[in-house]
Structures are given as structure tokens and as C-alpha cells.
Design a protein around this ligand. Structure first.
Ligand code: APR
Length: 183
């Protein structure tokens, strides 16, 4: 399939739990036992079976991710990624955030997912500056999609206008401006 990057990356404004995609990514913590923000919302909609499965996973290190079923969510799977708490941007946060996106994409392919939706991992309670985090998200997704055609759709799901605007600016800079095949 030779669909261009622009056709494979989409921006969506809204609640990630409403998306009927193969996998939605959760912005979780190392315990994987739920929390607030998008984590709290995903557990609320998925129902108690999600927490029951999470309890069997033994947590997850920062910068990585683990996959479960989606239960009452329209999404088939939830990929629980644990983003870094932002300190100063020079304490390994960029590499850890990149690891969340890379691991989530790898888990998605390993579980036969062809569509995956990401929230802005670490950009809420964990305090990651939105544009810095979004650049990392775009970089990792573009790298992955260039190397692997098995993921057909990546959706970045933004919860407010400000976040959507930032992602839209980067989308124009990093995705639509790149002609396929040119350096
Ligand atoms: N759909 C999509 N995006 C959402 C939703 C939703 N329903 N709810 C919140 N968001 C957005 C926030 O606006 C923010 O941009 O998700 C982004 C991530 O914010 P958080 O949910 O606060 O996640 P994070 O910053 O990664 O902090 C993780 O918060 O909830 C706890 O258990 C979680 O300890 C962990 C920490």
C-alpha cells in the first residue's frame, strides 16, 4: 500500500474513548492501576475488567507500554504507555517519551492492529510542554510509518483547541510539507 504519510496520519479533536480503532493509547502511570485524566476516562468507559487485566501485568516502567483488551470501549485494545514526568527536558524525558510512542507502535503491529490513536502523552498532569512533546510524537510516528506499512492509520487525539492548534501547525510543517520520496 503506497498511501502517503498525510493519508495515514490524522488529527482528531475529542475524547479518545469514543474512537472505534484497533488500539487507543492510554497515558498511564507505572502502576497501571488507573488515575485521572485520560487514564481515568479510559478505565471508566472500559469497565472493571480493564483494571482486573491491568492488575495481572505487574506495572510498566516509564518510557514503555503494555497492551490489554479494550472491554467496553469501542477500541479493540488499550495500549498503556507510561510517559515521563517533565522536569527540565534534560533529564532523559525526550528519550523516555519517544520510547512510549515506539513501544506502542511495536505492540500495535505485534497484535495485528492497523489503526492506533494517541493522546498527547505526558502533556497533562506530567507537565510536558505540548510543542516539544508533539515534535517527538510526530518524529517517532513518521519514522515508524516510513519503515512499516502495516499500520494504516495513526490518529493524534487532542482534547482542547490549544492542543489541536499546536498539532495542526506541526502537521503542516512535518507531514504535508514533506513530498514523498524527497529528502
Ligand atoms: N481524550 C483525549 N485526550 C485527553 C482526554 C480524553 N478523554 N482526557 C485528557 N486528555 C488529554 C489531556 O488534555 C492532555 O493533553 O490527554 C493529555 C494527557 O494528560 P493526562 O491524562 O494528565 O496524562 P499525563 O500528562 O500523561 O499524566 C499521566 O496522570 O491520570 C494520571 O494515571 C495517570 O499518573 C498518570 C498521569
Amino acid at each position: 500500500m503506497d498511501t502517503s504519510l498525510a493519508q495515514r496520519i490524522e488529527l482528531v479533536k475529542g475524547d479518545i474513548t469514543s474512537l472505534a480503532v484497533d488500539a487507543i493509547v492510554n497515558a498511564a502511570n507505572t502502576s497501571l492501576l488507573g488515575g485521572g485524566g485520560v487514564d481515568g476516562r479510559i478505565h471508566r468507559v472500559a469497565g472493571p475488567e480493564l483494571l482486573a487485566e491491568c492488575r495481572t501485568l505487574g506495572g510498566c516502567p516509564t518510557g514503555s507500554a503494555k497492551i490489554t483488551r479494550g472491554y467496553r470501549l469501542p477500541a479493540r485494545h488499550v495500549i498503556h504507555a507510561v510517559g515521563p514526568v517533565y522536569r527540565d527536558g534534560r533529564s532523559g524525558e525526550p528519550e523516555l517519551l519517544a520510547g512510549c510512542y515506539r513501544t506502542a507502535l511495536k505492540l500495535a503491529v505485534e497484535n495485528g492492529c492497523r489503526s492506533i490513536a494517541f493522546p498527547a502523552i505526558s502533556c497533562g498532569v506530567y507537565g510536558y510542554p505540548l510543542e516539544e512533546a508533539a515534535r517527538i510524537a510526530f518524529h517517532e510516528v513518521i519514522e515508524f510509518l516510513r519503515a512499516d506499512t502495516r499500520i494504516e492509520r495513526v490518529l493524534f487525539v487532542l482534547y482542547d483547541d490549544q492542543a489541536f492548534g499546536t498539532y495542526q501547525k506541526l502537521y503542516s510543517e512535518l507531514v504535508t510539507s514533506k513530498k514523498e520520496g524527497l529528502p
